[in-house]
Design a protein around this ligand. Structure first.
Ligand code: G3I
Length: 395
């Protein structure tokens, strides 16, 4: 599939309005990436003549940054981070200060890091990150308290039906109370639904379901609320964004609707937003967000990126396509009043979890708003333009 087959319609692109109120046509959109690459190219990292790394020269600091534009809309904007990236790289710290008013740990607050042994916790890295965020005026999300992945190696041989509920409540109480009052929102349960291989109610077969009981999700949320009454308690999941993912959306609505009915303390749903450059996004995601609003729930866009690994095209063309998907999706979801935070899953392409995928030409995906040289890409402009177009969020 080539980029040209995938670029959005002229009508969609004409809504791509920046500060200048400039309207982009399909041709302009393609030329924009290609022309900047031709005029300013610093050459190709791959050695392929048609795959030079584009140089966009998009101003992205000070008043131009996402953090400032998000603040003008009362919308926290940020990303997942790995602590060592912050500690060892001053340029990365600058980038984060400019772009992020909210941070989340990519993997250092998960069970396998926080819980090296059944009766031992490791908090040094998580403590460092929470303090870093707060001392830089950034909100901090907690990710995550209950997931079937990233469990410690000891878990499989140790957890059983007699101790799993205790392990879960002990973990949640210990971790959440340690950071009580400092966390904007916790992903209490992550990815608990699997409509293809799950059970009748859509619940994924996980060690938690098997060992901690069918009400483990309610139990996790109640335990988290008791440990920190202020953090917004979130159910976080993926594969609900595209038009054809209706059965997963229904299952999530059924889950969180049931929780609300039972009086379980849940405040928000995290829509991860790992999107595909080939995906169709439209009215269904808006309907889903409105259904969540009717249940009294906020929505956070928690892990956004756009996977272009299956697409053929130059870097500039792929960047244009990725940017178009960013804009299309964010321009659908951000205007909804209950969408109240926006995070990408890392800032730079080279830090993405998609980095291990290979594109048809042998290159790596370009799914994030910044490239490996800290350069803002067209996706950055899409984020900023979509933020600018959404109404200010109420406090
Ligand atoms: O454990 C070693 C650590 O000791 C070492 O310092 C480090 C050096 O690179 O490697 C560590 O392994 C890392 C591991 O998480 C820790 O458990 C891997 O590099 C790292 O890539 C890994 O994967 C993470 C994964 O979740 C599992 O935790 C990804 O970075 C992270 O992007 C991914 O994030 C998930 C979300 O939590 C939920 N939604 C989907 C998303 C993408 O899969």
């Amino acid at each position: 599939m080539s980029v040209d087959d995938l670029l959005p319609s002229r009508q969609t692109l004409s809504r791509y309005a920046g500060h200048s109120r400039e309207k982009f046509t399909r041709r302009d959109f393609m030329k924009w990436g290609a022309a900047s690459a031709a005029a300013l190219s610093i050459g190709s990292t791959t050695g392929m003549a048609d795959n030079a790394v584009p140089v966009y020269s998009i101003p992205c600091d000070g008043p131009n940054c996402l953090r400032a534009h998000g603040a003008a809309r009362n919308l926290p904007v940020g990303s997942a981070v790995v602590i060592q990236q912050i500690q060892r790289d001053a340029k990365f710290r600058d980038l984060l200060q400019n772009q992020a008013s909210i941070l989340v740990s990519d993997w250092q607050m998960k069970w396998n890091v926080l819980r090296p042994a059944p009766n031992q916790f490791f908090f040094a890295d998580a403590d460092w990150l929470v303090n870093y965020a707060l001392s830089h005026g950034q909100l901090m999300r907690g990710h995550n308290l209950c997931w079937h992945q990233a469990l410690p190696n000891w878990f499989a041989g140790y957890a059983n039906r007699s101790n799993a509920r205790h392990l879960l409540s002990q973990h949640i109480t210990t971790v959440v109370s340690r950071y009580a009052g400092k966390i904007h929102s916790w992903d209490v349960v992550n990815e608990a639904i699997d409509v293809e291989r799950g059970n009748a109610n859509g619940l994924r077969d996980t060690p938690w379901l098997e060992l901690a009981g069918s009400d483990y999700i309610d139990f996790a949320f109640r335990t988290a609320r008791a440990a920190d009454p202020h953090a917004l308690l979130t159910y976080n999941d993926n594969n609900v964004e595209a038009e054809n993912q209706g059965s997963k959306r229904d299952a999530v609505l059924n889950l969180v609707g049931g929780m609300k009915k039972r009086g379980v303390p849940i405040d928000a749903v995290g829509i991860q937003s790992h999107l595909s450059a080939k995906g169709e996004y439209g009215a269904e995601i808006v309907r889903f967000i409105r259904d969540l609003r009717a249940l009294g729930l906020q929505v956070f866009i928690t892990e956004m990126d756009v996977d272009d690994s299956g697409v053929q095209g130059t870097f500039a063309q792929r960047d244009a396509l990725v940017a178009a998907i960013y804009f299309k999706f964010l321009d659908l979801v951000l205007p909804e009043p209950n969408v109240t935070a926006l995070l990408t899953w890392e800032e730079r392409d080279k830090d993405s979890w998609l980095e291990n995928r290979i594109c048809p030409d042998g290159s790596r995906p370009r799914p994030l708003p910044f490239d490996g040289n800290y350069q803002a890409k067209p996706a950055f402009l899409s984020m900023r333009n979509a933020i600018d177009r959404c109404p200010r969020k109420s406090a």
